[in-house]
Design a binder for this molecule. Structure first.
Ligand SMILES: Cc1cc2nc3c(=O)[nH]c(=O)nc-3n(C[C@H](O)[C@H](O)[C@H](O)COP(=O)(O)OP(=O)(O)OC[C@H]3O[C@@H](n4cnc5c(N)ncnc54)[C@H](O)[C@@H]3O)c2cc1C
Length: 407
């Protein structure tokens, strides 16, 4: 095997041919014509603009600017947004399908891509028309970067414990505190910030604001050095008496919890799609490497192990599409249902990457083949957007409630 040959990701024709092979009619039968079109468009942009850059971004820890711009210019950053904001009004299923495609080529790019949506979505659901017109189009066309700021050094899994404080002033609020682990935080032009108006109120004090990244009093840490997702940035944000005008409130004062809950539905679809995309990337890279290593005739042990992986990826994709469809059609989809999707699909991404590395033996350890990158990138999907332990907690609560109803 020529390990110096250009990787599969650098040859769009070979990339498209291999990934076409991995489509599963069993899952595709539930997609609409339009959702299949979105997949074809995304895959084409990804093959030409995202996949060829992926290994380099990882190696050099370069922010995925060009890759995200290519996706934005193709109109893909606004899939679930109405046309009046520059979006295409597509379904959550279409978004999940596109996210899987992007992740299969470059998970770090998908992390920046999804964060654009995570920043724009609270403005769409809880912002005034003026805020919507001012901030959403730039996030969708790629001219602005956005961040969603929930996590703090002492609050993430338990959002009700956040301490960033918004003190009421004559014109609005004065915001002080700190956020950490914020994707794109080092460069965000638009920051969704969750703060409390009264620390003693817990959830009932949480309030959401949209901040202009250039406002006085906003400080940024240097991007963290991370295990994976090297083409994305993750940083601290500091707020020192930032003057927030009254018009920059999202929803109501004390109404931030419902904004968080709506936002995590979307961000958990994103993470779940990353899980399926990473599992598929690990499978595709393993299949390509084994084919080259064994001159097109795979050993039985490898075909058995790949068969197992293929079935598990199909299961994950079906679950992802089913829950995303439910989000499209049923506003009462429960946190436990969302949690089952997030936990199962991100666990799949990690375990499939480990299995792919095992199947390849020593080749699994080589960065040129990209399977070790899947492993490093997949780990964090089990951690962010609510750790998988928290998802199990949410699922468990619904089980306990159901049992109580039986009794
Ligand atoms: C690369 C990266 C990007 C991120 N991007 C963003 C972003 O853009 N915006 C943002 O706001 N945040 C972001 N985060 C933060 C992330 O969402 C949180 O770190 C995550 O939700 C965990 O919360 P925590 O930090 O409070 O961890 P902790 O809650 O302190 O977790 C520590 C451990 O305790 C476990 N644990 C906690 N509570 C319970 C419980 N009740 N039962 C069982 N186990 C429990 C957790 O599962 C975990 O294993 C990012 C993190 C990373 C690493």
């Amino acid at each position: 095997m020529n390990l110096d040959a250009p990787a599969l990701e650098e040859d769009p024709k070979a990339y498209l041919a291999l990934h076409q092979l991995l489509d599963e009619p069993v899952a595709d039968q539930f997609l609409t014509e339009r959702e299949r079109e979105i997949r074809a468009l995304t895959r084409d942009v990804v093959a030409h603009e995202v996949a060829p850059r992926a290994a380099d971004l990882d190696l050099n820890h370069t922010f995925a600017h060009e890759s995200v711009q290519a996706l934005a210019h193709a109109g893909l950053c606004g899939l679930i947004f109405p046309e009046r904001f520059g979006g295409t009004g597509d379904s959550n299923v279409a978004y999940a399908v596109a996210m899987e495609e992007i992740t299969a080529a470059c998970a770090a790019t998908s992390l920046v891509f999804m964060t654009q949506m995570h920043a724009a979505y609270p403005i769409m659901t809880a912002g005034s028309e003026e805020l919507q017109q001012r901030y959403i189009p730039g996030l969708l066309d790629g001219s602005a970067y956005g961040s969603l700021g929930i996590t703090e050094p002492g609050a993430g899994s338990d959002v009700s414990g956040l301490t960033t404080i918004a003190v009421s002033t004559d014109d609005g609020w004065s915001l002080s505190g700190q956020k950490t682990f914020i994707t794109t935080g080092d460069r965000a032009d638009v920051i969704i910030c969750f703060a409390t108006v009264d620390r003693s109120l817990g959830r009932r004090g949480i309030t959401a604001f949209v901040l202009d990244g250039g406002w006085e009093g906003i400080g940024r840490g240097a991007p963290f050095d991370k295990m994976g997702m090297h083409g994305s940035s993750t940083a601290e944000l500091f707020f020192d008496q930032v003057a927030v005008p009254r018009t920059h409130l999202l929803g109501e004062e004390g109404g931030g919890w419902s904004v968080v809950m709506k936002s995590v539905v979307k961000s958990r679809i994103s993470a779940a799609a990353q899980g399926v995309g990473l599992a598929r990337a690990a499978y595709a890279r393993t299949l390509a490497a084994l084919t080259a290593l064994h001159d097109g005739k795979l050993p039985d042990e490898a075909t058995f192990a790949l068969a197992d992986l293929r079935g598990r990826i199909l299961q994950g994709r079906l679950l992802l599409h089913a829950v995303a469809r439910r989000v499209d059609t049923d506003p009462d989809v429960t946190p436990g249902q969302i949690g089952m999707m997030k936990q199962t699909c991100t666990d799949l991404g990690f375990s499939a990457s480990i299995e792919a590395a095992r199947i390849l033996g020593p080749y699994g350890d080589l960065s040129t083949l990209g399977v070790e990158r899947c492993l490093r990138d997949a780990k964090v999907t089990q951690i962010y957007d609510g750790t998988n332990e928290i998802q199990r907690l949410l699922i468990g609560r619904e089980t306990t409630r159901a049992i109580k109803e039986l009794a």
